[in-house]
Design a protein around this ligand. Sequence first.
Ligand SMILES: *Cc1c(COP(=O)(O)O)cnc(C)c1O
Length: 372
Amino acid sequence: MIPFLDLKAINQQYRQALVDAATRVIDSGWYVLGQEVKAFEQDFAVYCGATHCVGMANGLDALVLTLRAWKEMGKLQEGDEVIVPANTYIASVLAITENGLKPVLVEPDERSFNLCPDKVRAAITPKTKAMVAVHLYGQLAPMKALMAIAQEHQLLVLEDSAQAHGASVDGKRAGNWGHASGFSFYPGKNLGALGDAGAMTTNDPELAQTVRALGNYGSHKKYENLYQGLNSRLDEMQAALLRVKLQHLDAETRVRQEIAVAYAQGITNPLVRLPIGPDSTLDALASHVFHLFVVRVQQRAAFQAHLKAADIETLIHYPIPPHQQQAYKAYSSLQLPLTEAIHSEVVSLPIGPTMTAAQVQQVIAACNAYRG
Ligand SMILES: *Cc1c(COP(=O)(O)O)cnc(C)c1O
């Protein structure tokens, strides 16, 4: 069986370094907010090109607490509208509603699955105060155009970079485009911890300080509480493990991009709609770190069954769009045909840094043998 993502094999590559890092933490006697978190925050800020990084317990908290910090800073108020792609993973939307803000679900660009500047412009009202620019599946959203719109309309931009560690345009990476960015280090993400972990990045020192306080009981100073915060901290163990894995991230991304190019060139079945063209070159792909390689197939169930019979595991990202979830019953009357079509047709093929060339060829052959 070709697994969708072989996490065990991925972490096995760095086993000794991970064990050494874990041992260092165990032996240090210091387990929360110590040297490892500080060092990882510095390393990851440098990696993204941002001046500040704040470790958090997970990616959702990074998004929630950044929006909350803007409220505490007087930049957002309950009821403000926040633009978000309708086809995102539900966490992007949860971060908005958790703060009493109003998500405005916008149809994506059909080809990139990301926000489309024209559709964003059309969704702006006098109440719009922010947007969550999701870099879905690992591809940077059209940030130049989105930032120009934001500047024109004085909107705050929060990148949801949970799937896009290292994705760049003109050498500028996810985490350094918006006014702030949330990252997840959930084990299956491109930079994955061995448990839950997350971070936010920003070039705004006041925002960084506010988010840090919010994630530490609202305390900026021991036993003094500015805000009614909560406890959402990156812990020392995960930070130490992430420092090891960050050193290998670019090499792993390169492998993902090579697999994507191989798929784009090798899969020629017209029933399988590819996310990139067959002429895509590695250099042109800096903007996409291929957290997922998502194809569209009309008879999705049959296609998945065909691949399963060929010993290939696939997943769906995502089967139900946020506005059709029970959690968002209030939005169920929205008509979002493009989003709904995407959700009914997408299939994610296996992609990961430990896939072998033979496995990649096996996936290509199985896709080409599919007859509908
Ligand atoms: C994974 C993910 C999140 C949430 O991150 P967690 O660390 O799982 O809380 C948010 N947004 C997107 C797009 C994600 O893929």
